[in-house]
Write a protein that binds this ligand. Structure first.
Ligand code: SAH
Ligand code: SF4
Length: 407
């Protein structure tokens, strides 16, 4: 097991408020001392030249070398410096002396009856994260994690019950994409194909963790994913989902620029405080205002409001009507997510008839309201079910019920 690379990991940059009532028992994993070499995957277009210069690469060669290395890493998906055959042997050896280029260990790879693939990856420090690939007719979406666990404790979410948390580095986020392309055998140069012909064509930041508690690393990783000379997935094929870290939403729009999804899940502060406790810090009114102010918001770049359907909790006709009033005027679609149960969950999924009635009201108000088909349920890969089974520190069933106000 290797130590974390401190240079790439950084401190967990949680905004003020960490440790208050919103995140009562999350423990951040200690930052470990770096002993190993830095990883080359995850260095940005700005960082890679500096790293090469520090390694002794002559200034006049840097630009060309960055271009070559970038192509090998992200257009061809090589896993060893020796495969970079247009670089001199001496330079390849030097790179290998200074950097690592190994993939994270794939602990398990499960394939669902519906084709969904779930990868459990072991990252530095021995921690585990999950990524889920969802094939559809005209696209293939990779659901990417941004943290190990999550500090936010949403009461309907399995990930939120995992108490150990650490931010993923940009490289660890990019790795999930590389591992999936390896598994799909979609090298070399997948980015050169038209998106609709690619197996991995879309990314959603909807795996484990709150991306806007790790905004800088998510930004760097998505910049690498969007880069036209490498992975080449366009900005408009990437969706970042947040539970509502209001001060970071505008920054995400400016610095990352992907599509935005908001985990709304309730139409009154009273209910949302229970379901999504970060609401106590930034309430519905502030969240909706941040959506109205989101850069580039337009009919072609609508915000997705995610709404998990919980029986008798947030699924009434009155909720549906309040929902459309709340978001009036925002170019939006509403994604209804039937609750995916997990062991010990204190909620039930709304009945299909109820979900349909709710969708109908939203539809009649002029909003598309697709009901998200649960995918990969047989392998616990559906929304909100992700949690590495081997993480030992977890909440008890009683703790979960208390937080949900059910005990
Ligand atoms: N932390 C971010 C992104 C990850 S969660 C966020 O909360 O937005 C991705 C989506 O799955 C969110 O909308 C989340 O609320 C939803 N989700 C979580 N648990 C769920 C469950 N058990 N059933 C259905 N959806 C769930
Ligand atoms: Fe974290 Fe999102 Fe789960 Fe809430 S729903 S606990 S923010 S991963």
């Amino acid at each position: 097991m290797t130590d974390l690379d401190a240079a790439q990991t950084g401190d967990l940059p949680l905004p003020e408020g960490r440790g208050d009532a919103v995140t009562p028992e999350a423990k951040t994993l200690p930052r470990m001392k770096s002993t190993g070499k830095p990883r080359i995957v995850g260095l940005t277009r700005d960082e890679l030249p500096a790293a090469l210069i520090a390694m002794g690469c002559p200034d006049r060669q840097v630009k060309m070398r960055v271009g070559q290395i970038w192509q090998w890493l992200y257009a061809r998906g090589v896993t060893e410096f020796d495969q970079m055959t247009n670089l001199s042997k001496a330079f390849r050896t030097e790179l290998a002396e200074h950097f690592r280029l190994d993939r994270p260990e794939i602990v398990t790879r499960q394939v669902s009856a519906d084709g969904t693939r779930k990868y459990l990856l072991r990252i530095d420090g021995g921690h585990e994260v999950e990524a889920v690939y969802i094939p559809e007719e005209n696209r293939g979406t990779l659901c990417v994690s941004s943290q190990v666990g999550c500090t936010l404790n949403c009461t309907f979410c399995h990930t939120g019950t995992q108490t150990l948390v650490r931010n993923l580095t940009a490289g660890e986020i990019v790795d999930q994409i590389l591992v999936c392309r390896d598994d799909l055998d979609e090298w070399p140069n997948a980015g050169g194909r038209p998106p609709e012909k690619r197996l991995l064509s879309n990314i959603v930041l909807m795996g484990m963790g709150e991306p806007l508690y790790n905004t800088g690393n998510v930004r760097d990783a998505m910049k690498i994913a969007m880069d036209g000379e490498g992975i080449a997935i366009s900005r408009r094929r990437i969706t970042l989902s947040t539970s509502g870290v209001v001060p970071e939403i505008e920054r995400a729009g400016n610095e990352i620029g992907t599509l935005l999804a908001i985990s709304l899940h309730a139409t009154t502060d009273e209910v949302r405080n229970t379901l999504v406790p970060i609401n106590k810090k930034w309430n519905i009114a502030r969240l909706i205002q941040a959506c109205r102010d989101y850069p580039r918001l337009s009919n072609s770049e609508r915000i997705t409001f995610e709404y998990v359907m919980l029986k008798d909790v947030n699924d009434s006709d009155a909720d549906a009507r309040r929902l459309v009033q709340l978001i009036a005027g925002i170019p939006a679609k509403i994604n209804l997510i039937p609750f995916n149960p997990w062991p010990g969950a204190p909620y039930e999924r709304s009945d299909w008839a109820r979900i349909e009635a709710f969708a109908d009201i939203v539809n009649r108000a002029g909003y598309a309201s697709p009901v998200r088909t649960p995918r990969g349920q047989d392998i616990m890969a559906a929304c909100g079910q992700l949690k590495s089974a081997t993480e030992r520190a977890r909440k008890t069933r009683a703790q979960i019920a208390v937080e949900a106000g059910l005990a």
